[in-house]
Design a binder for this molecule. Structure first.
Ligand SMILES: Nc1ncnc2c1ncn2[C@@H]1O[C@H](COP(=O)(O)OP(=O)(O)OP(=O)(O)O)[C@@H](O)[C@H]1O
Length: 259
């Protein structure tokens, strides 16, 4: 794949926190127009990788290109191209949903009338019109994810990064998010999202990167990574989860009461 066809390309990405190597030389690739899942067990380094890729955390070493532009050398170009739904979702809580979108649009330099038009459409598609004037602090988890996604989409980015977008989201809201994301990728844009939910990744993604202990252990088209198994089976094999789950030896005290 040439750099032109790659929406995201990291080389030798590295980050440690003291003695802890969080990301140990990652070459992440996501093809343009792909719907990509970044999966891995807790602590694998997904959030640290996405934070560096989106310009939120400076790498110790390595390079990151988004659509061929270097994230840390050319941050203005890259930030205009990307949308981010970060982990923990720190939003401006004292704004209403509508104000949040309006504020984001103005920060992005989009003309006011256009911001209003896009914001109303996004609120409608996300089923948030009735709550548009409520403060974000009073939103539920699912509503926060939806308004966060709306804010990340408002400037029509070429690449959208989502850290655990479906966590804590009910099936109805998850369905709305999926529909919006499908529509977005159908037009040639790229989505990269991290998740623990293999079924969802299998259903949505055409490209998968599997991380374990700060490394990419498998990466490519979904079918190739699965290799004829379910993604969950392939994942457990890749991250060595069978070896870790020595349930028969430990926890002998658990479940032994007979009250
Ligand atoms: N700010 C930090 N300071 C110290 N250690 C950190 C920090 N951020 C992450 N780490 C460590 O780096 C490793 C990777 O963490 P990271 O949050 O990137 O994993 P993850 O794959 O996103 O995990 P999860 O699926 O649990 O969210 C972990 O061992 C974590 O403890």
């Amino acid at each position: 794949m040439s750099d032109i066809e790659e929406a995201v390309r990291t080389r030798g990405l590295f980050k440690s926190f003291g003695q802890q190597v969080a990301v140990g030389g990652v070459d992440l690739v996501v093809p343009r127009g792909g719907f990509a899942g970044l999966v891995g067990p807790n602590g694998a380094g997904k959030t640290t990788t996405l934070s560096m890729v989106t310009g939120l955390l400076r790498p110790d070493a390595g390079t990151i290109l988004i659509g061929g532009a270097d994230v840390w050398r050319d941050p203005v170009t890259v930030k205009a191209r990307i949308g981010v739904l970060p982990e923990g979702l720190r939003l401006f809580e004292r704004l209403s949903g509508r104000e949040l979108l309006s504020y984001n649009g103005q920060l992005r330099g989009i003309p006011k009338g256009e911001v209003e038009r896009r914001a109303e459409e996004l609120l409608r598609v996300m089923d948030l019109t009735e709550s548009a004037d409520k403060l974000v602090v009073d939103y539920s988890t699912g509503m926060r994810k939806k308004i966060g996604l709306a804010a990340a989409l408002l400037h029509n980015p070429a690449v959208l990064f989502l850290d655990e977008p479906f966590e804590g989201v009910d099936p109805v809201s998850a369905n709305t998010l999926v529909e919006v994301l499908r529509r977005y990728t159908a037009s040639g844009s790229t989505v990269v999202f991290s998740s623990h939910v293999m079924d969802l990744v299998e259903r949505l993604c055409d490209w998968v990167s599997v991380m374990n202990r700060g490394q990419i252990v498998a990466q490519g088209p979904l079918e190739a990574v699965r290799g004829g198994r379910s993604l969950n089976e392939a994942f457990l094999g890749l991250v060595g989860a069978h070896a870790q789950s020595s349930g028969e030896e430990g926890l002998s005290w658990l479940g032994s009461t007979s009250a």
